[in-house]
Design a protein around this ligand. Structure first.
Ligand SMILES: Nc1nc2c(c(=O)[nH]1)N[C@H]1C(S)=C(S)[C@@H](COP(=O)(O)O)O[C@H]1N2
Ligand SMILES: [Mo]
Length: 439
């Protein structure tokens, strides 16, 4: 791959496919001249500046934040500072996504994992202080239990798994008419390696009663309003999902403590479900005898129409049902969209995931008129993403879109356009598209 990379030049002419932002200008390994590098390294700042409008911020020296920006969202911005070139969609609460080519690593590094916050980062997390941390399991259990972090780590079998975390709203930006919420394009997804314990082991230690039907997860992130009575978000999953082998309570990402902004010291990871089931700053799991009704479980939040609706329909909320499994998807992570190549032979690679294994990935260079099967690797474990690669011989010099389309074990495949419009723009798993110039 190294060789191919050096053949590429980032296109200067903002190559885009419809709905694709040009990310060629963010590619950190392609251009060589010094000015350009300077620009590239401050691209993150430029992205920040676009939110609060700091003129000329793109010329700031590397590592320097424009004055006033660091405290735009209190200490939360400090907790964000370690991120590498994410696209900031909102700074209060912080929401940021990762350009596809920055997700090229097999295991997503912490500094390239998207951020989805509904509230503020709690103070104890900002200070990386877990000394008084306790996790409570209560509700439909034989006995309420309270565990310290040390007890959690030593009383249960520790497991390490690579698991995909994806926001239910990933892809929202492509729906027409648009849906309110963070305008995620393709980057609200990642697959770090998580270490923790199985949720079921912890629930079983409390003794799950037959009356249990759902979990309710609580963290201690302050509501945006600062009102201590208000909960930023509290979602849960059917008890059968919580009892699955790969539903975890974790304290580490890629072998290190969870970063403050990703839930230090503890969070759930419920793979296969929308990311909102993976509660950060976890303090309590309330086992419920009914479907959990915490904030963001009702209305249009993480819910889809029970039947197909015409785009723009005002669906009555009683006709909305809770999203469960996330659909099959793929992402081309190399080359970056907007790449200009010198030859006509294109090596591409990326990741694919589903609720279970992916059966196949196909790629197209002609808008889906013909498809070629990609090489697909097995996942390192269930719910990890799988890697695919392909060599595409382009017929002649010119502009191409490269599409990737994955198919799951049930034969469900990614649509070439946005699937089922819904009020909040969830579950968009349309094919991934990048643009390249050949020759
Ligand atoms: N306590 C708490 N947990 C939370 C959230 C939140 O705002 N507060 N956001 C949820 C949503 S919607 C998503 S997609 C994931 C994002 O996890 P990340 O920020 O670590 O990528 O966290 C989930 N867990
Ligand atoms: Mo989310």
């Amino acid at each position: 791959m190294e060789e191919q990379k050096t053949e590429y030049e980032a296109a200067e002419n903002n190559l885009t496919a419809d709905g694709l932002r040009p990310v060629s200008t963010l590619q950190d390994d392609a251009p060589s001249d010094e000015n350009r590098r300077g620009f590239l390294k401050t691209a993150g700042i430029a992205a920040l500046a676009s939110v609060v409008s700091v003129p000329f911020s793109r010329f700031f020296p590397e590592g320097l934040q424009p004055v006033g920006l660091a405290h735009a969202a209190g200490g939360d911005m400090d907790a964000y500072a370690f991120k590498d070139q994410l696209t900031l969609l909102n700074d209060r609460p912080i929401n940021a996504e990762t350009a596809a080519h920055l997700l090229d690593d097999r295991v997503t590094p912490a500094n390239r994992l998207f951020i989805r916050n509904n509230g503020q980062v709690p103070e104890h997390a900002l200070n990386m202080d877990a000394s008084d941390w306790k996790l409570t399991i209560d509700g439909e259990v034989d006995k309420t239990i309270e565990l310290t972090l040390d007890e959690l780590k030593s009383n249960f079998e520790n497991v390490t798994r690579q698991l995909v975390l994806e926001c239910g709203g990933n892809g929202r930006a492509f729906f027409v008419p648009g849906a309110s919420g963070n305008q995620w394009t393709t980057g609200a997804v990642g697959a770090p390696e998580w270490t923790g314990v199985r949720m079921r082991d912890v629930l079983n230690a409390a003794g799950v009663k037959p009356s249990a039907v759902y979990t309710g997860h609580y963290g201690n992130d302050p509501h945006l309003s600062g009102d201590p009575e208000k909960v930023a978000i509290s979602r849960g999953v059917p008890i059968e999902k919580a009892m699955e082998e790969d539903a975890l309570i974790v304290w580490a990402m890629n072998g290190e403590d969870l970063p403050a902004i990703h839930g230090f010291p503890l969070r759930t990871i419920v793979p296969g479900y929308p990311g909102s089931a993976s509660q950060k700053w976890l303090t309590r799991i309330w086992v419920r005898d009914q479907v959990h009704d915490g904030p963001k479980m009702g209305g249009y939040s993480y819910r889809m129409p029970a039947y197909p609706v015409a785009p723009g329909t005002e669906v009555p909320t009683e006709d909305m049902v809770i999203m469960t499994t996330m659909p099959v998807k793929s992402l081309i992570t190399s080359p970056a969209t907007g790449t200009q190549m010198t030859g006509k032979t294109l090596d591409i690679r990326g990741h694919t995931w589903a609720d279970g294994d992916v059966a196949s990935v196909h790629v197209s260079h002609d808008f889906g008129q013909t498809w070629q099967e990609a090489k697909l690797e097995k996942p390192v474990n269930r719910y990890a993403w799988q890697h695919f690669s392909a060599t595409i011989e382009l017929p002649q010099a010119g502009y191409y879109e490269i599409w990737s389309r994955a198919t799951d074990m049930e034969g469900r495949t990614q649509p070439v356009t946005t699937p089922g419009w819904n009020p909040r723009g969830y579950g968009n798993n349309m094919v991934h598209r990048i643009a390249v110039l050949a020759g």
